[in-house]
Design a protein around this ligand. Structure first.
Ligand SMILES: Cc1cc2nc3c(=O)[nH]c(=O)nc-3n(C[C@H](O)[C@H](O)[C@H](O)COP(=O)(O)O)c2cc1C
Length: 182
């Protein structure tokens, strides 16, 4: 059994849901996961963990700043143990060049080169947004015809859970002696 640290940064909650899902899969594979929102755990120590997974959502073209800070603070450990990053954005649902661009910026700003990277579609939570955010997101969604929903009376979730499962399974398997490397 390996100890896996799963840290995430979220604004509206979708990245937290994905982190919890990843934690469940890692546990089902016989490992011992710890999940933390970096906002309340900036000083958390990665000592004693055999693998680290970090996730962040994208807002206004950038990944969560708390997550970038957390990665920078822990660069030493992240370069020593198997590590993976997952990025959550609407661009991951159809605008892959943009989604890839966010990753490149994040790697540049943090200096962290994860062993494995995944891009996951996020969510449009119209029913949870305030008035201005709802209007803004409808405008952005409407500028991408056919890709994103614009009915503000409902939410849209673009996360493909099968892909999240595969990502977590691959990471869990690579931590054991039998698994392929990341
Ligand atoms: C105000 C706002 C700005 C956003 N900006 C971007 C963006 O620049 N690029 C993108 O791909 N997605 C963008 N998104 C979509 C979020 O990445 C998506 O809603 C994601 O699910 C948020 O994850 P979280 O709930 O964990 O914070 C934005 C969402 C909001 C509400």
């Amino acid at each position: 059994m390996k100890r896996v640290f799963i840290a995430y940064g979220t604004s509206e909650g979708q990245t937290a849901k994905i982190a919890d899902f990843i934690s469940d899969v890692v546990r089902q594979h016989g490992h011992d996961p710890t999940v933390l929102d970096v906002k309340g755990a900036m000083e958390a120590s990665l000592d004693g963990y055999d693998g680290v997974i970090i996730g962040a959502s994208v807002h206004m073209g950038k990944h969560d700043e708390h997550v970038a800070d957390f990665a920078r603070r822990n660069l030493d450990t992240l370069s020593r143990v198997p590590s993976a990053f997952f990025s959550v954005s609407l661009a991951a649902h159809g605008d892959l060049a943009d989604a890839q661009g966010y990753i490149e910026l994040f790697e540049h700003e943090t200096g962290w080169r994860p062993d494995k990277i995944a891009l996951f579609g996020g969510a449009l939570m119209y029913t949870q947004y305030g008035y201005i955010k709802r209007r803004l997101m409808k405008k952005i969604a409407g500028s991408k015809p056919g890709k994103l929903g614009t009915d503000m009376s409902r939410d849209y979730v673009y996360t493909e859970w099968d892909g999240v499962k595969r990502f977590a399974e691959d990471f869990a398997a690579a931590l054991t002696d039998e698994g392929p490397s990341l």
